[in-house]
Write a protein that binds this ligand. Structure first.
Ligand code: NAD
Ligand code: WQD
Length: 338
């Protein structure tokens, strides 16, 4: 079976390509290297011992996608390609809607033209917005999101809902990821954000490796046990494995499916920092700063549906996530530029 992975050289995509090849799938990647680098492809090849087919292709490029579907026999698609920085999306909303929403529409049109109607889509816990209380359940009403990035995910979910309503031959898996962190056990691939990281774990790792001076914890006056925000961190390897189960679902059944991919457990910012210090033995200087605009106090999943219907549940705990993030960062202090 052959799987087209859009965004396959990105953080989650690269781990998923390896998991797919290890599970015996043929992998075709479409990525425009907007937020990734060619060296990732070499590392995927090194770790999987196999060569994925690669197309340097923007998903908005209809002719480019058409060429892929003409040249390759694609059985199902995992669609990671997209822009993902919440803050940036507030400054350049049109680029986000164009890349994420228009890009997805082009992809779906080309898929339909080639009779490929199976897709796994990277959605996000962000679609639950501010009105729902954790644990978050898939059937909750979504949409009260506060930023353009989150709105692109809600809009794409709605497009997928309408597509299935129009043609029930489709098989569509919407996966809502919580907070993916960690890296491959080899320390050869991991998360490599450009510039100063926005997200917690890459920030902690760069402080530990000496690239940044100290972490600022955004607020300790939330209504949580230690006052810092609580999130459902999930190991990227667990997430990658979840995509295998989701692809199998698209190959086995038609339908419209939505699954949270989280652990079902929340950790506070302080708990993550302390777990990292404990596991790695590194110093992580931090200070308490003001709250970050838009942050919610407590976000974690109800992960029971993925377990019941996909037979998937997370296996790694916070200490594995910290140890593996550190192995990647310490062996690649300059990320993929090293
Ligand atoms: P990433 O930026 O590392 O990977 C995305 C990949 O898509 C990159 O390689 C980039 O070059 C590529 N890409 C972007 N626009 C493209 C386009 N128009 N055509 C072709 N390729 C394009 O991000 P990631 O963390 O691996 O996230 C993957 C997906 O998961 C994204 O859709 C993201 O919104 C979603 N997601 C991520 C998180 C997270 O915290 N990392 C959480 C929830 C959902
Ligand atoms: C986690 C916690 C911060 C950095 C984001 C997106 C979400 C999803 C996952 C894509 C928060 C605190 C962080 C720092 C800190 N992505 N923090 N100091 O905001 O939960 O989720 O990534 O879909 O849509 O919003 O993740 O890693 O940015 O923050 O104190 O320097 O760490 O306040 O409580 P977040 P994060």
């Amino acid at each position: 079976m052959s799987i087209l992975v859009t965004g396959g050289t990105g953080y989650i995509g690269s781990h998923t390509c390896i998991a797919l090849m290890e599970a015996g799938y043929d992998v075709v990647i479409a990525d425009n290297y907007y937020n990734s680098k060619p060296v990732v492809l070499e590392r995927i090849r090194e770790l999987a011992g196999k060569e994925p087919v690669f197309y340097n292709c923007d998903i908005r490029d209809r002719a480019g996608l058409d060429k892929i579907f003409t040249e390759q026999k694609i059985d199902s698609v995992i669609h990671f390609a997209g822009l993902k920085a919440v803050g940036e999306s507030c400054h350049m909303p049109l680029q986000y809607f164009d890349n994420n929403v228009s890009g997805t529409v082009v992809l779906l049109e080309v898929m339909a033209a080639h009779g490929v109607r199976r897709i796994v889509f990277s959605s996000s816990a962000t679609v639950y917005g501010s009105e729902n209380e954790s644990p978050l359940v898939e059937d909750m009403h979504i949409g009260s999101v506060s930023n353009p990035y989150g709105r692109t995910k809600v809009m794409i979910e709605e497009i997928l809902n309408d597509l299935y309503a129009s043609d029930d031959r489709w098989s569509i898996c919407k996966l809502r990821y919580f907070n993916p962190i960690g890296a491959h056990k080899s320390g050869r691939i991991g998360e490599d954000p450009n510039g100063i990281p926005n997200n917690l774990m890459p920030y902690i790792s760069r402080v530990a490796v000496g690239k940044l001076e100290q972490l600022t914890i955004f607020g300790n006056d939330y209504d949580t046990p230690d006052g810092t925000c609580v999130r459902d961190y999930i190991h990227v390897l667990d997430l990658a494995r979840g995509h295998i189960n989701a692809v199998q679902k698209t190959l086995a059944d038609t339908g419209l499916f939505t699954y949270n991919l989280g652990t079902g457990h929340g950790y506070s910012v302080l708990e993550v920092v302390n777990a990292f210090i404990k596991v790695t033995g590194q110093n992580v200087p931090y200070r308490i700063g003001p709250r970050r605009e838009g942050d919610l106090a407590c976000v974690y999943s109800d992960a029971s549906r993925a377990k019941a219907e996909l037979g998937w549940e997370a296996q790694y705990g916070i200490e594995d996530m910290c140890a593996d993030a550190w192995r990647w960062q310490s062996r690649n202090p300059d990320g993929y530029d090293g």
